[in-house]
Design a protein around this ligand. Sequence first.
Ligand SMILES: [Zn+2]
Length: 159
Amino acid sequence: MRFITIHASATYPSMDIDAAEIRDWHLSRGWRDIGYHEVIRRDGTVELGRPADQTGAHVGGHNTGNYGICLVGGLKQGTKIPEDNFTPAQYAKLRNRMLAHHTRWPEAIIMGHNGFPGHEARGCPCFDWRAWRDEFLAELREEPIQLPSHWLDEVDVDR
Ligand SMILES: [Zn+2]
């Protein structure tokens, strides 16, 4: 993997969305499966989506070698405004999962969806992922990996 990318489902905190529901949304868009590789539900439960050995569909133009994690939530209740409303259980599980992925793929750059060129205007993942990443790496006594520009230039065609 070259990237591990964090997303939000952009749903209200009152909505207990699961991977099956997100799969239904993505199938209705004509995709062959859920776009993410895993989903972290409001209660912190992890549900697997697309297998890790299959390219996801979660950052248009940058899906190759990109593992996608979706946190359920991220919209202020009743609005379309991004809001950091993820639960402590979700943050604990995100850290736990990221540690496993980072150990498995130490070269992969930890990203949030709106860190990719062409996606900067998106609210996703609806929290300060750079601060989260820096804290995560600081606990491991590691520096964030700088983005090699050639990794961001490519365009893939799996959507
Ligand atoms: Zn996203």
